[in-house]
Structures are given as C-alpha cells and as structure tokens.
Design a protein around this ligand. Structure first.
Ligand code: DON
Length: 578
C-alpha cells in the first residue's frame, strides 16, 4: 500500500468490527466549506454543457452560440480545461469519449488513453528484490505514459468537427495568456499539492509565484499559451512532431524519463465499438476496455436487475448492503480479467452476460455479508473471440458527447516539460506494477494489466450515455479513480430507478466498495441506525470525503437539464435556449 494512503486513516476498533474514520490531513479540501458555483439546475431547450470549471463551460457555450456542434464545443472545452483546471484538465494526459451522432444515429467511442513508452518494462517500478519502489510510478518523469489528449481531440474534430480547429483552441490560448482568477477552491488545491508542485524546477516556475497569498491572483501560463498556439496552427503534429515533441523527449532524457520522439510520433488514438446494454427499458452506451468502467457498470446493473431496489429504498441499509455486495463481485473480476484489449483477451461477453449476473445475484442475501476474501475472481477457461475530469455536451442537432480525461493523480506526475507549460500525467501507476500490490486507488491487478510497451493502462473512467425510447435520457461521468465506476452506477440508479432530477441525483450520498480493501466507503456520514446494522451484518465502514464529481445532463420533454456537482464547487452546467 502507498504510504500516503496508510496515513489517511485512523482505525478505531469496535469489538471485532473495524469502524474506520477518515483522518483529515492538513490542506484537505471539504466541499462543504465552499459556496458551490451551481446554485440551481440549468435548463435550456437547445443545447447544454457541463464541466468541472465554469470558465470551461463558458468556452463550450460560446462555441455552441457561434454555431459549433457538440464536437467543436468538446474540443474547445478539452483545451480550456487544460488551462483552468490544471489538476486534471490536460494536454499531457489522456482519456475516453463516448458519442451519439445524430446524423447517422450511431454510437461511437474513442480511446485516447496514454500508452506505455517503447522503453517501458514490466518490472520498471521494482527494485532488484522485486519490491515496489515508493513513488516511482506516481511522481516524476518515469511515471508518465505517452499522452493521448491532443491526438484524441484532433481525431474527433477530423471526423465530426465543423468549425476551424484553430478557432477552437483560441479561448484556451486567451485564458493561458491573459490569465484567470484563482478561485478559493483552486487556491486550496494548490496548497494541498504544494509539495508536488514544488518538487521539480519547471513546475515550480509555473506554480510557485502564486504562493502563498492567492487572493484575487490572476493565474497566467505563458509557456502553455505558446504551446497551444503551435497546436492551433499545426494540428496534432504540433504536439507529436517538431519543436514540442523534441522538447518533451529532451526533457525526458535529461531527467531519467523514457518517452521518446518515436513514442510521440507513433501515438494513435483508437475508435472502438462502445459497449451497449440495457437496464430495464433504458439503453446504456458506455466505454469498452481499456476502461473497466463500462463493463463493470453493465455487470453490476445486470445483477441489480434481480433485486427490487425501489422497494428497498434509496440508500437504505438494505440497499447499501445489496450494492456493496454487487460491487465486490465486480471489482474482484476487474482485478483479474481487465486490461488493454489490444494485448489481452478481456472476457467482455461473459462478464456482461445475464446468466453470470443471475449467478452472482444468487449469492447475495439481504442482511448477510460475504467477506471479500471468500469472493474470488471467477475463472473463465475458454477464450473469447470477440484527478480526472468529466465533461458532457449536447447540441441543437442532438449530438451527444460524454468524455472523461485525466492526468491520473491531481497534477499528474508533478512534472511540467521545460518551456512548454505541459503538465504530464502519472498514468503508468494505473498498470498493475506488481501482482498483489495495490495502486494508489487500492486497486489490484494481474497479468491482464501488467506493463508492456505500447500497452494502455487499465482505467476506471466511465463516460456513459443513456437513452429512453430511442431518445437521449442523460449523460453521466465522473473523476475519482476506482470510485468512478460506482459513482456512475449510482447516478444511473438514481435517475432510472428513483426518478431523481439532475440535482437530486448529484447531491445524493454515494457509497463505494471495491472488494479489496474489504470496507464500504461512505461519503460524509451515516445515521447510527444504519451504521450499527451494517456493522452487525459484518461490514467495515469508512467515512470518506467525496472523491467523485458527476457531470450530468438530462433530457426531458425536449428540455435539457444540467447541474454541476457541489463536490468540486467550480463545476458548472449551462445551456443555450432558442
Ligand atoms: O483512469 C483511471 O481510472 C484513473 N487514472 C482516474 C484518476 C482519477 O479519476 C483521479 N481523479 N480524481
């Protein structure tokens, strides 16, 4: 376990049950301390944007008002978030996008996840005794995968965009050049991550002038503005070839990193068939591997269809019981079977089959708990052939974009590439760097997710679109590492099963269980009645600060509704009306 994670918890034992309370480290940000930007549901009849930063939302709305489509707005938002949300928005990271295109009524998904560099090796984060070296996969030059964001946004624009590429990057260039006001929440994030942001000279150069007094400070990023100008002019080649690619490769070489010009030049995003399933009468379209999110949301929904959740009641003790058990089976399978499908045969059909879901449901009895140690990832013997941020956009024509992208940890690897303003990801930590050793989200992995050159690390990011009667119902997606999958699951249940509006679906408390460690994690707190019932049933419980942040857009009676999650209080949804 990473040391930082160990520090996070003080465990108080009550009898034989462990009841864990979160220890709040200095600088930790509690969303209840902030005035959320979103005060009420945004409503519009033409289009809607939802992102984790109101300035990026404004950029998206501006593009839609200029006549751009959802793809144009998404490209502009992707670049704008790289400027205004440096903890997660990025051009030095990667992600996924799920699309519904109204012109051919088809669903698409694009995988622009980072790739392991050509010089990576399976044991690159282990010492000679095979022990994981602390922080090596999370901090510094060696922690990065080959970034995919610029190539992904470029590819989406090539296929579906309508406005000029350069015009879509202009708002981001202006925000980087002229600067923008640091919000109280961003200031606290900069304080919380000060150690990481001062660990490398170039990162110091970008961030340290803003410490310690953030009040009304304008955050400018001239190097990033310059990099964005090159990308605006030269397209994807502006990042993957020429001056910027050379700077990345040289900086890597000078500091023990391994990403080369060849890695950058060879990087390609992949258009993949999205996973399509249903929950009752709702069609769910979501991201396939190398995200684990889509497949496990489908698996869990399939199991949950065997229970009368409405009768149990939202977040009742019995509901928490059933959800926790279902989650354990899904995350157990994740640890064994999920990885990059270009390198490993992921048993998608089996994991998403109704028979398997029924089998799991037979093991779940309300009031009883199967300890995680007794739940083993299922063996499928025969082969089958077959600090992250989310944004969603729907446009006038009915095109829908749901995208989650990331640097992995907040502020990624902490490395800014010299003279470029590019903050790099630490996505290599999403590989299983050693069997049985959890990554920073406590997730376990196996051969399916071991490091191999050019392979993509397994992800939990779950951009998803839901349809009712062949019409958009809602889009959902979230940051939050391992907790993304369960946050997206609960957002679907909240809106489908409990008929909540976007604000209620967002505000409802979320629970999480990921098989190992064997504990339910619950946001904020729990009534004594529920707590004691769950403890008596045999659960360990940990009260956590929220780790997820949904960006929901719902369509109802030809009106779009959006609501930025208060958990990251700069989140904001805004629409355009005729
Ligand atoms: O791809 C993944 O699953 C992780 N790299 C996501 C990281 C994340 O959500 C961090 N945000 N809070």
């Amino acid at each position: 376990m990473h040391n930082k994670l160990k520090l996070l918890f003080i465990v108080i034992f009550i009898g034989s049950q462990a009841y864990a309370q979160t220890y709040t480290p200095i600088g930790t940000v509690n969303p209840n301390d902030y005035e959320p930007r979103q005060k009420q549901i945004s409503e519009a009849n033409q289009s809607m944007v939802s992102t984790q930063h109101f300035l990026a939302t404004q950029v998206g709305v501006g593009i839609l008002e200029k006549g751009g489509n959802a793809y144009d707005a998404s490209v502009a938002i992707g670049f704008a978030l790289a400027v205004v949300l440096p903890r997660a928005g990025n051009i030095g990271g990667g992600g996924f996008m799920v699309i519904y295109d109204s012109s051919d009524k088809n669903n698409y998904s694009i995988d622009y996840r980072e790739k392991a560099p050509l010089l990576s090796t399976t044991n690159m984060y282990l010492d000679e005794n095979g022990t994981v070296i602390d922080n090596k996969s999370t901090l510094g030059y060696l922690a990065s995968g080959v970034p995919g964001t610029v190539a992904g946004l470029w590819s989406v624009h090539q296929r579906f965009g309508s406005m000029r590429w350069g015009e879509l990057i202009e708002p981001a260039i202006n925000l980087a050049e002229d600067g923008f006001e640091i919000t109280p929440y961003m200031a606290d994030m900069l304080i919380k991550y000060n150690e990481k942001l001062s660990a490398f000279d170039e990162t110091n150069k970008v961030f340290q002038t803003y410490y310690p007094d953030f009040d009304k400070k304008i955050f400018k990023q001239p190097d990033l503005a310059n990099t964005l100008k090159i990308i605006a002019k030269e397209g994807r080649d502006g990042f993957y070839k020429g001056e910027i690619a050379k700077k990345i490769a040289h900086d890597m070489q000078n500091n023990g990193g391994i990403i080369s010009e060849k890695d950058l030049e060879q990087y390609q995003p992949v258009w993949r068939n999205p996973l399509i399933s249903s929950y009752k009468d709702i069609k769910i379209v979501t991201m396939p591997p190398p995200s684990s999110g889509g497949i496990h949301v489908i698996q869990m929904l399939n199991v949950l269809e065997n229970f009368d959740l409405r009768k149990l009641g939202h977040n009742s003790k019995e509901y928490i019981n059933v959800l926790s058990e279902v989650m354990k089976y899904a995350y157990a399978d994740r640890s064994k079977h999920l990885g990059d499908p270009d390198f490993y045969d992921v048993p998608i059909r089996k994991l998403s089959s109704l028979e398997y879901a029924h089998e799991i449901s037979q093991n779940i009895k309300i009031g009883s708990v199967t300890p995680s140690i007794k739940i083993n990832p299922r063996s499928f013997d025969d082969k089958e052939s077959i600090e992250t941020t989310h944004f969603s956009v729907v446009d006038e024509k009915g095109n829908v974009v749901s995208s989650t992208y990331t640097l992995n940890s907040s502020f990624g690897s902490g490395v800014v590439i010299k003279d470029t303003g590019i903050l790099m990801n630490n996505e290599m930590d999403d590989f299983s760097i050693s069997p049985g050793v959890p990554n920073q989200y406590g997730l376990l992995g196996a051969k399916a997710n071991e490091i191999t050159p050019q392979k993509r690390p397994l992800s939990s990011m779950t951009p998803t679109i839901a349809f009712k009667n062949n019409d958009l119902f809602f889009t959902t997606g979230s940051p939050g590492g391992a907790k993304i999958i369960t946050a997206v699951l609960q957002s679907i249940l909240n809106m489908v099963e409990f008929e909540m509006d976007v604000a209620e679906a967002n505000n409802a408390k979320r629970i999480h269980h990921q098989w190992q460690p064997d504990k339910i994690q619950i946001e904020f707190d729990l009534s004594d009645d529920k707590k004691n019932w769950l403890l008596n049933a045999g659960y360990n419980i940990e009260i956590i600060e929220p780790a997820t942040n949904l960006q929901l857009i719902m369509k109802k009676n030809n009106t779009y509704y959006g609501y930025g999650d208060f958990r990251r209080p700069d989140s904001f949804a805004l629409g355009v009306s005729k």
